[in-house]
Write a protein of this length. Structure first.
Lengths: 442, 327
């Protein structure tokens, strides 16, 4: 029996059409647009001005607090302007726009492919490097990694979980990373272990990536304290709480952080970024992005510089198909539909999904037939039908009592509803309102 | 940029199951048992079924079009399903005007008065059936002779009615059982009853199909069967002269049709699995109580309706296990 989480879950069609597409380096764009708020926490403070010449890897915006991070230029060239530009959120955000000129890297950055396995750095020094390199969670949540590695006083991490689940349909960026950058990934995990002071790390991988599981199992033999845990394919196993439950059997209490059960979860992409930051001195300025969709001519996995317009990725994958209805930044279950494709790739952009006309529109909403499927699939054990009604009727107190704040917005309820009810839309409304009420109490 | 993109919140994909698919899956699951009733009871069964289905669909259409003034949704299949279930709950040869009255009550009172599909607290087909049973007790309990029925030529009564009457007149259960078809007959459907009462095997086949298609889960039918089995089993072991054995109770009457197709009606049953178990146990207990000590030989329709009334209460108090619940 393969491990998995116990409550709820769905199994959408996997559609991993890019699973065997080797990661290609995307050619440098003419300009990049780098938003200063591409992570959870305070937007970083810009430290360059218009007309400045910058090199790839050079700091352009500085961390503005503990929960914040540094941002570096992903290219070399001239700062064209500092302006408000639309990003994937649909809002205008302060961004540094750089005209690309050549590909010159800042001093001290090792861009060679040579593998470096050992370092004399201690936990504190590693954590400092991670903060300096601007590393955030690359699974999509973009929570600053140095914060995760600094447990609050009195809490102690016991196990490091590495998220190689990639439970979102279509996406294969993490899958390819595990296959092609396995050795570097393991060094990165070793560094994270050291930074956290734990002696055990487990990489959770869903069973639909047997090649990645096998590859890492072989590599792991050379590293003590790193295990691979194959997991049954079930969405949303990549959710932090679900992954912890699946691998360790522990349940993070409602409202608590993973550290409450001694676990810290980091994505495989994050672990690779840690390797590059610590061993190669390279800040987080590029990432792997899956560009995919049923109608797309050449779905691919690209290594992309942060700030590259999404449009260029789509062009490189064969251009926007005629029957495009939606462009989603991220996967189909939790990704964000974007209004235009000029928006830049950010640190958290794991995929660009093109959805065709056939699947791109919502169907007519019917009466709830009380089939209870939303209750059955909710991985947090909530009652989505009830939370939706409570939000519609604006009954916030009961909404809070029914644990609306526990919702992880995985979308399993809306996905499964046979009456096409917009359950998650209303639950988000409930979460936002109830969250506001809770904050105002303090 | 020339292409205008659609914006919606996530998720951006759908499982592909729809209300319509669910309804037609249940209808499909019922077809073997329905077809068998046509074989056993002949043309009258076909006529009764057609009357019921056509009336149900027509009444829903009329009410939606002219009373509620909304776009009729009769092609979602729910009215057809109610029609079939209602027909399976009456004897073949029921006067057709009574069948139409049943359809009006089922759809008009049981379903549309609450706002249509999804809003009704009670199973509409059962509302129709119970209304007919109370209003037209004679017609509703006049079962046609089954041609293959060799055991007792005068037996128009159902096995459950025979037991009830027999006990009243002082016979013991083993004596009565002599006049009742064997378990193989009960399983295959060689005896008299309502259209949907006679073939346990085919109804079970439909259950397996619905379980595989994930239209129902095992919780409701299994909890009903288990409760009935245990409850009647205890009584049977205490006094086999006065109480029929558990297998007889499972195979006779509307047990299969009720537990598999009527109690599992999504709209009127609880939503969480734990709640469904409580609901099933409730139905089992009430059914057996009515069968053994009530005025009617069969009680599952009443039992389901009573537990339907409790479903909102169960939903309110029986919550699914929350992830990370503080104990």
């Amino acid at each position: 029996m393969l491990k998995t989480f116990k409550i709820g879950g769905v199994h959408p069609a996997e559609n991993k059409i890019t699973a065997d597409k080797v990661i290609k380096k995307l050619p440098l764009p003419k300009t990049v647009t780098i938003p200063v708020a591409q992570h959870i926490g305070a937007p970083s403070k810009v430290v360059v001005k218009r007309g400045d010449m910058v090199k790839a890897g050079q700091l352009i915006a500085q961390s503005a607090g503990f929960v914040s991070t540094n941002i570096h230029s992903s290219v070399s060239g001239k700062v064209k302007k500092i302006d408000s530009v639309f990003d994937s959120s649909g809002y205008k955000k302060e961004s540094v726009v750089i005209d690309v000129d050549g590909d010159e890297w800042a001093e001290g950055i090792d861009t060679s492919p040579d593998l470096i396995k050992t370092t004399g750095l201690d936990a504190k020094a590693i954590n400092k490097k991670i903060l300096e390199a601007g590393i955030v969670g690359l699974g999509g949540a973009t929570f600053p990694t140095h914060v995760k590695l600094s447990p609050p006083p009195g809490m102690k991490a016991e196990v490091l979980l590495i998220n190689g689940v990639e439970c979102e349909p279509y996406l294969t960026a993490d899958h390819r990373l595990m296959l092609e950058r396995g050795e570097e990934l393991l060094v990165g995990i070793d560094l994270l272990k050291k930074a956290l002071g734990v002696d055990r790390a487990v990489i959770g991988i869903e069973n639909n990536k047997p090649d990645a599981i096998e590859h890492l199992l072989v590599l792991c033999e050379k590293y003590s304290g790193i295990e691979v845990s194959p997991l049954k394919v079930k969405y949303p196993q990549g959710g932090e709480k679900q992954l912890i439950k699946a691998v360790t059997g522990r349940e993070v209490p409602s409202g608590a952080l993973p550290i409450a059960v001694g676990a810290v979860v980091n994505n495989v992409g994050t672990a690779l970024a840690v390797y590059e930051a610590v061993m190669k001195n390279k800040p987080l300025v590029e990432r792997i992005v899956t560009v995919t969709g049923k109608s797309l001519a050449n779905p691919s996995n690209f290594k992309v510089r942060v700030g590259t317009p999404v449009k260029e990725l789509i062009e490189a994958a064969g251009g926007l198909p005629e029957d495009t209805a939606k462009v989603v930044s991220g996967g189909p279950m939790m990704g964000k539909a974007v209004a235009n494709i000029d928006i830049p790739v950010a640190k958290g952009t794991s995929g660009v999904l093109i959805i065709n006309e056939e699947e791109g529109h919502r169907k007519e909403v019917l009466n709830c037939i009380r089939c209870g499927r939303c209750v059955g699939v909710c991985p947090m054990g909530l009652e989505p039908f009830l939370l939706m009604t409570l939000a519609e009727k604006k009954i916030w107190e009961k909404s809070e009592h029914e644990n609306v704040m526990d919702c992880i917005e995985c979308g399993s309820c809306s996905f499964t509803c046979p009456a096409n009810r917009p359950l998650l839309d209303y639950i988000r409304l409930g979460k936002q309102t109830v969250g506001g009420i809770i904050r105002s109490r303090k | 940029m020339d292409k205008i993109l659609t914006i919606t919140p996530s998720p951006h994909i759908k499982q592909g199951d729809s209300v319509k698919k669910i309804m037609y899956t249940v209808i499909f699951a019922l077809l073997p048992a329905l077809a068998w009733s046509f074989v056993v009871f002949g043309i009258p069964a076909v006529v009764v079924t057609l009357t019921s289905v056509v009336s149900c669909v027509l009444i829903e259409w009329l009410i939606q079009k002219y009373l509620m003034k909304v776009e009729p949704t009769i092609n979602d299949g729910s009215a057809i399903l109610t029609g079939i279930l209602l027909a399976m709950n009456v004897p073949a040869g029921l006067p057709l005007w009574i069948m139409v009255v049943g359809a009006v009550v089922a759809i008009g009172v049981g379903k549309m008065s609450f706002g249509g599909l999804g809003q009704n607290p009670f199973n509409p087909a059962l509302v129709g059936r119970v209304f007919l049973l109370i209003s037209f007790p004679v017609q509703m309990t006049t079962w046609p002779n089954v041609t293959q029925q060799a055991v007792d030529a005068t037996s128009e009564a159902t096995p459950l009615a025979l037991v009830k009457e027999g006990l009243k007149s002082g016979s013991t259960v083993p004596e009565i059982m002599q006049r009742i078809p064997g378990y193989d007959e009960l399983l295959l459907g060689n005896f008299s009853g309502s259209l949907g009462e006679i073939s346990a095997a085919l109804l079970l086949l439909g259950m397996v199909y619905m379980l595989v298609r994930k239209v129902i889960t095992w919780h409701i039918p299994v909890s009903i069967f288990a409760t009935v089995f245990v409850f009647t089993g205890i009584l049977w072991m205490v006094d086999p002269m006065q109480y029929a054995d558990p297998l007889f109770h499972l195979l006779s009457g509307g047990m299969m049709l009720g537990a598999i197709y009527m109690a599992t009606d999504m709209v009127s049953s609880p939503m969480a699995k734990k709640g469904q178990l409580i609901y099933g146990v409730g139905i089992g207990l009430i059914t057996v109580s009515i069968r053994l000590w009530g005025a009617y030989p069969e009680g599952i329709s009443f039992a389901i309706l009573i537990m339907n009334a409790f479903a909102p209460l169960i939903n309110n108090y029986v919550k699914p296990k929350r992830f990370g619940e503080k104990k």
